[in-house]
Design a protein around this ligand. Structure first.
Ligand SMILES: [Zn+2]
Length: 262
């Protein structure tokens, strides 16, 4: 931190108490974050999702198609926490307008956070009353800029850097002896998870292969018929369609059974 920190908006001298990093400018009222290397604007996103609604969104996600069947019934919720999580917000200038690049500003196992959409209109001046719920950044701006550079965003293309605190519910739950974490982003209700009990794909693939093999075999019947003459072809087609129609029911039952079990 430089000895003399100045406001990003009006240039007035800031007078933080020792160790204070979230500062409101006494001159213009702008909220800023005092990083080791520079002073940047500090924003917060307002939550629109209550704790009950977040639990409902979690249950819906667990009952959805990405997770293992009946996860909403079998998972045991261990903890729910709410906090404002810090993200580095980089506005990258492009040929047409801007692209926003996000990087977590504190340790997290959920790298999905980078893929959040933060419309500029959702960014509000950070209010100091959030201090008690806001996680302090531990990733310096320079480290985040280095990361962005590795992702193909050079420093000179970054038009603006800011710190944004986003509202997050963190749910920890147990399933089959393991603990998992799912976040509900409380502005949009979007679930975020890197690791979760996922549907097994193998049974679906096996059912698909069996179905394909049966119909491929049946398709050969008229092909053999062609080699044996016109009447045999007609018979072959009849056999093919007849057996095909017969095979549909058990194959459909197999697919339904897999869908119900997995
Ligand atoms: Zn100011």
């Amino acid at each position: 931190m430089s000895a003399l920190a100045t406001c990003s908006q009006c240039g007035a001298e800031l007078q933080p108490t020792p160790g204070q990093v979230f500062v409101t400018c006494g001159n213009c009222g702008a909220a800023v974050y005092i990083d080791r290397s520079q002073v940047v604007f500090h924003f917060a996103v307002e939550p629109t999702v209550s704790a009950d609604q977040a639990r409902g969104l979690l249950a819906r996600w667990m009952a959805g198609n990405d997770t293992v069947k009946d996860l909403d019934q079998k998972a045991v919720l261990q903890s729910t926490t709410f906090e404002y999580f810090p993200l580095w917000y980089f506005k990258q200038s492009e040929a047409k307008g801007y692209r926003v690049v996000l990087e977590p500003a504190a340790a997290t196992s959920i790298s999905e956070l980078r893929r959040l959409q933060l419309p500029a209109g959702d960014l509000k001046t950070y209010p100091s009353h959030l201090d008690g719920q806001a996680v302090a950044p531990t990733v310096p701006l320079e480290a985040a800029l280095e990361w962005a550079k590795e992702q193909g965003v050079p420093h000179e293309r970054i038009a603006e850097a800011a710190l944004v605190h986003i509202p997050l519910y963190t749910f920890k739950y147990g399933f089959n002896g393991q603990t998992y974490t799912t976040l509900i982003e409380a502005a949009t209700g979007k679930p975020l998870a890197n690791l979760f009990p996922a549907k097994a794909e193998a049974p679906y693939q096996i059912a698909g292969v069996i179905t394909a093999a049966v119909f491929l075999l049946l398709a050969f019947v008229p092909v053999i018929g062609v080699a044996m003459g016109e009447e045999a072809l007609l018979m072959g087609l009849l056999v093919c369609f007849g057996l095909g129609a017969l095979a549909l029911l058990p194959l459909f039952a197999l697919a339904a059974w897999v869908a119900a079990k997995v």
